[in-house]
Design a protein around this ligand. Structure first.
Ligand SMILES: [Fe+2]
Length: 252
């Protein structure tokens, strides 16, 4: 139902075309490894190693004076306007608490070991960066994007039937520093799916995307392998020639 409301406003398209947002692959990791990651996340979260999250320093509801301290006068004014637009675009939204970690070293190495050989042969082990993400509370991750145009593969372990939505820019706007806050009035929804658990998929973090749930999250857990330098556009043809995954022709 919440989706219908947003659909009226943003004319999203579900499953009609894909652009380069998300693609299920036949890449497979052993179940024991996924279970081990889930076990650490749920039972031993203190063993996870937090990753830098500079963009978390800015948030909806933050006092304007604090924002100015972090961003300076000019950018603070723009970001403040963007946050107000964001709040209006998603009434009733409460930000999901979202944390990104590295796994304990042994598990981290086990994930790299378990990557298909062709992935390890691309640019060596340093190209492959396993990560784990935990999301709790809240019902929305507001539209945001990664810093770089890099590919990653993604696997959902625990979920709440939330929807992931990708957005395209209807007109360009400035990307302010490391803070991934878009001008939502210059975005339109382009593609939306409910990601299925336990299937490794290509996830384009470089495109604006958001996550929406009709109930507050208890816990959403996903693991991923980020590529240090490879873009999605570079990765898809490599995936096509090395695996059984069928990459749509328009993406090659
Ligand atoms: Fe994201």
């Amino acid at each position: 139902m919440f989706i219908d409301k947003i659909a009226d406003k943003y004319h999203y398209i579900i499953g009609k075309h894909m652009d380069n947002y998300f693609l299920e692959t036949d890449i497979h990791f052993p179940k024991e490894l996924l279970d081990a990651a889930r076990d650490v996340a749920i039972n031993y979260p203190e063993k996870l190693i937090p990753r830098d999250r500079v963009w978390h320093k800015i948030y909806i509801g933050m006092p304007y004076a604090d924002m100015e301290k972090v961003l300076g006068v000019k950018d603070a004014r723009e970001i403040y306007k963007r946050l107000i637009k964001m709040d209006r675009a998603f009434p009733g939204g409460s930000q999901i608490k979202f944390d990104q970690y590295s796994l304990p070293d042994e598990l981290q190495q086990a994930f790299i070991d378990a990557c298909p050989k062709w992935m390890k042969d691309l640019k060596g082990r340093e190209e492959l960066i396993p990560i784990i993400q935990l999301s709790t509370n809240g019902n929305i991750l507001y539209p945001h994007r990664g810093h770089f145009r890099h590919a990653s593969i993604f696997c959902l372990l625990e979920h709440a039937n939330e929807h992931t939505r990708w957005w395209r820019e209807t007109e360009p706007f400035k990307l302010i520093s490391d803070f991934r806050i878009p001008d939502v009035s210059k975005l339109e929804a382009a593609y939306e799916i409910e990601i299925r658990p336990n299937i490794w998929s290509v996830f384009n973090h470089a495109a604006w995307h958001s996550v929406h749930s009709n109930k507050d999250f208890e816990k959403r857990i996903n693991v991923g392998i980020d590529f240090a330098t490879l873009s999605v556009d570079e990765f898809l043809p490599i995936l096509q020639s090395n695996s059984k995954t069928v990459v749509p022709a328009n993406l090659l």
